[in-house]
Design a binder for this molecule. Structure first.
Ligand code: NI
Length: 215
């Protein structure tokens, strides 16, 4: 198995599939997660090949955009076609299928260090300055208002509620983003998360200050 060749082919495959994605899950998100995951893998001593492959493929299964069962088959077929061995295929698809947050309702906990790392990298890209930018881009994609002081943050109890919720973007910070720092699996990711978390808190202070402007 020529690992570098396989990784290059996977990059091309994902790049083609994610072209034109306008909701914050575009190719640049994948690229950032890939780089972060690689760094975490080196620091934490994980299997680099599995981490690279799973981070490249991690959003192909995103429940918000695509049909999970169909995508799993597409990924499995693709991995087969480029000559990835069965053990690696099973590990990679397991990570991709189980890692997303899904409103915090379904269990997304990872059983391997490689899965923990890809999940951490994806969560790190959801917070900090990039996280703020992505959150408002996603809110716009969903036609959500920036903020409505009369709608309080809501804790979801089922996936259906997550999908139907009529919400504003600031609430997303309380429902998800501010929780992510404490959900990091690895020590390295926890350290990176601290600064990004503080930046979001600072952003919210500024936001409310401007919203309630008094001279
Ligand atoms: Ni992602």
């Amino acid at each position: 198995m020529d690992k570098q060749h396989i990784i290059n082919q996977t990059r091309d495959f994902v790049k083609n599939a994610s072209y034109g994605e306008g909701s914050g899950h575009d190719w640049w998100h994948i690229e950032r997660v890939y780089k972060l995951a690689k760094f975490l893998a080196e620091q934490e001593g994980a299997n680099l090949f599995i981490v690279e492959m799973a981070s490249l493929l991690h959003d192909m299964d995103d429940w918000k955009f695509r049909d999970l069962d169909k995508t799993s088959t597409i990924i499995e077929d693709f991995l087969c076609s480029i000559g990835v061995d069965e053990e690696s295929r099973t590990h990679i698809t397991m990570i991709v299928e189980t890692m997303s947050f899904k409103g915090g309702v379904e269990d997304s906990s990872q059983s391997t260090i490689e899965g923990m790392i890809v999940q951490d990298a994806d969560r790190l890209d959801a917070i900090g300055a990039i996280g703020i930018a992505r959150t408002f881009a996603y809110g716009g994609h969903k036609n959500q208002p920036l903020y409505n002081p009369y709608i309080e943050p809501y804790l979801f109890h089922s996936l259906e509620q997550v999908k139907k919720a009529d919400n504003h973007t600031i609430n997303h910070f309380y429902e998800k983003l501010l929780k992510l720092k404490d959900l990091m699996n690895t020590k390295t990711a926890k350290e990176i998360a601290v600064r990004r978390h503080q930046f979001m808190q600072q952003f919210l202070v500024e936001f409310y200050g401007e919203w309630d402007f008094t001279s």
